[in-house]
Design a protein around this ligand. Structure first.
Ligand code: NAD
Length: 540
């Protein structure tokens, strides 16, 4: 699509009135037939639609059909039926579909990236991360399916006579509620292990970025997954969310801590499980022995990817006294060299924020900090000349606890730099506050940095990298400590959350009670002697 519809950096994608349905001379940024082929995947019968516009330039992208409570009920009913059949499909067949999805995603990367950029406004190079992350997730779970899901033998209470196996039984229908910031991968990546484990999914992507999520649903079907196994519903989270929680067997939520708390309450009420991937106020520690060029390059990527609208993005930077000035000079220079804009083309270092609401929050945080005495080392301005919601990458110094951006997540391209004298103090400051999602440490001494990482209260810690090393390593768990979440995506935890473990024990020859006329007292003695023996033999 980008080839058919090129746009200069910051230039308009379309001209003309905003409602092409009623004006033959108007045009969408996307072909209406293409949009319809996606939106018809939403299970919605209300007849109501919500217009979505591109943050690149305000051009209409789609009128998204809205689901009712009955539609959600219908989606779950269909999913339940599909799940029954799906749970009988062999694991190798399911894994093959994931590998087909992997290839489809790589083949259709341009189409996927176009949609992501049109809906989110992010730079093309940041949109690239999304199909890459989904493809990595698909390949990882396909190739490790047996490792995670095969029935496993366990130790029986009586060696040789109690055979114990643990099965991984699918939960049933999983509800996935996802945000707008990484609209393709956040809508899809958590669902892939759910499908592989034998579940069906009902997904509610964010209203602003439905098309990317719907393209994901279409690709799943093209990869061979049965149609009702992945159903998409649309509408306001506050209306649709509780309807989903009321019917799901498990909820996977990614979004803000405030909404996560509501989801946890709803799930607790029904005694169903949930995983919550929430916000962060993520710190980087630059130690005195860091490679400063590498640290400055990493800091730019970690702070300004997707204009900072990234859960694992860095908003606080603690820099050793000895290297503070040299590091900050490099960080500021690299930030000032970034190319900004709102465009579908490659070549931008940072794109637009997604909405006026995001622009307002970022502006408010920076104005509040400046009014209370913070210094702007670079950035600090909106750039309407480049796009309606473009905001300069911003580095602040002298941020203090009474400023909003000291502890609250900005979720924008704003980072505060702080000086530290001793590493224990830096770790304590990094650990301050309620969040604990992601951290980074820059040091040329890997062992020292890894030792320090153990004291950082975050679910992921990247050494000499900002976030991509953990985010891309699908074999290891990812998620938040404290108010940044519950549960983990990726790795075995990322798939086991969608299963119930079921222990099946088969007992042979003896029973658990006196045999052959033995008294209860004699039986107790034999059992005690047996337990002492087992301990002596080193048995767990
Ligand atoms: P949000 O909580 O407002 O919305 C996220 C999703 O929840 C959307 O689909 C929304 O429609 C839905 N929702 C809203 N209210 C709901 C309710 N009452 N019940 C059920 N669903 C509801 O979050 P947001 O502002 O869209 O996203 C940004 C936040 O997400 C940031 O805090 C960011 O850090 C976090 N995030 C975390 C991760 C992670 O992996 N930890 C990833 C991406 C984003």
């Amino acid at each position: 699509m980008s080839d058919r519809n090129p746009s200069p950096a910051g230039g308009p994608l379309v001209e003309g009135p905003r409602d092409p349905e009623h004006d033959a001379t108007a045009s969408y940024a996307l072909e209406p037939d293409y949009v319809a082929s996606l939106t018809r995947r939403i299970l919605a019968t209300t007849g109501q639609t919500v217009e979505v516009q591109s943050p690149l330039n305000g051009a209409p992208l789609a009128h998204v059909p809205q689901s009712s409570a009955d539609d959600v009920a219908q989606a779950f009913a269909r999913a339940r039926k599909a799940q029954l059949a799906w749970s009988r499909v062999g694991l190798d067949d399911r894994a093959r579909m994931l590998l087909r999805l992997h290839d489809l995603i790589l083949d259709r990367q341009d189409e996927i990236i176009d949609l992501i950029v049109l809906e989110s406004g992010k730079a093309r190079k940041h949109a690239f991360d999304e199909p890459a992350h989904v493809a990595l997730t698909a390949r990882y779970y396909a190739r490790t399916a047996h490792e995670h899901l095969d029935t496993q033998r366990k130790l029986g209470v009586v060696p040789g006579l109690t055979r114990v196996e643990v099965n991984r039984v699918p939960k049933g229908v999983v509800g996935i509620i996802s945000p707008w910031n990484y609209p393709f991968t956040m809508a899809l990546c958590d669902g892939l292990p759910a499908l592989l484990a034998g579940n069906a999914v009902v997904a509610k992507p964010d209203a602003q970025t439905m098309l990317s999520a719907l393209l994901g649903a279409q690709l799943l079907e093209e990869a061979g997954f049965p149609p009702d196994l992945w159903t998409v519903v649309a509408g306001p989270g506050a209306d649709i969310g509780p309807e989903m929680i009321g019917r799901a067997d498990y909820i996977c939520f990614t979004g803000s801590t405030a909404t996560g708390r509501l989801i946890a309450e709803g799930c607790a009420d029904r005694l169903i499980g949930c995983s919550l991937e929430l916000g962060g106020k993520n710190p980087i520690l630059v130690l005195r022995d860091a490679d400063l060029e590498k640290a400055a390059e990493g800091a730019v990527r970690a702070s300004f990817s997707n204009a900072g609208q990234l859960c694992v993005s860095m908003e606080r930077m603690f820099v050793a006294d000895q290297v503070y000035d040299r590091f900050v000079d490099r960080f500021v220079a690299r930030t000032e060299a970034m190319s900004l804009g709102a465009s579908l083309d490659w070549g931008l270092d940072m794109g637009s924020l997604i909405s006026q609401a995001q622009l307002d929050t970022v502006t408010r945080h920076v104005e509040d900090a400046v009014a209370k005495g913070a210094r702007v080392l670079t950035g600090g301005r909106a750039r309407p000349d480049l796009g309606p919601y473009v905001y300069e990458p911003t580095i602040l110094e002298g941020v203090t606890p009474e400023m909003t951006c000291f502890g609250e997540e900005t979720f924008g391209p704003v980072v505060s730099v702080y000086r530290f004298h001793d590493e224990a103090d830096a770790v304590a400051r990094a650990n301050a506050g309620d969040y604990g999602l992601n951290a980074a440490i820059y040091s040329q001494d890997g062992a020292r940095a890894r030792a320090l990482a153990r004291f950082v209260k975050c679910g992921t810690v990247n050494i000499n990298e900002g976030f991509s090393a953990t985010f891309g390593s699908i074999d290891s768990p990812m998620g938040g400590m404290r108010q940044s979440g519950m549960g983990r995506r990726q790795g075995s935890e990322g798939i086991h959350r969608y299963t119930e473990s079921q222990s099946v024990a088969t007992q042979r020859l003896i029973r658990f009670g006196p045999m052959l006329g033995m008294s209860d007292r004699a039986y107790a003695k034999v059992m005690n002697a047996n337990m002492r023996l087992m301990k002596k033999l080193g048995r767990p």
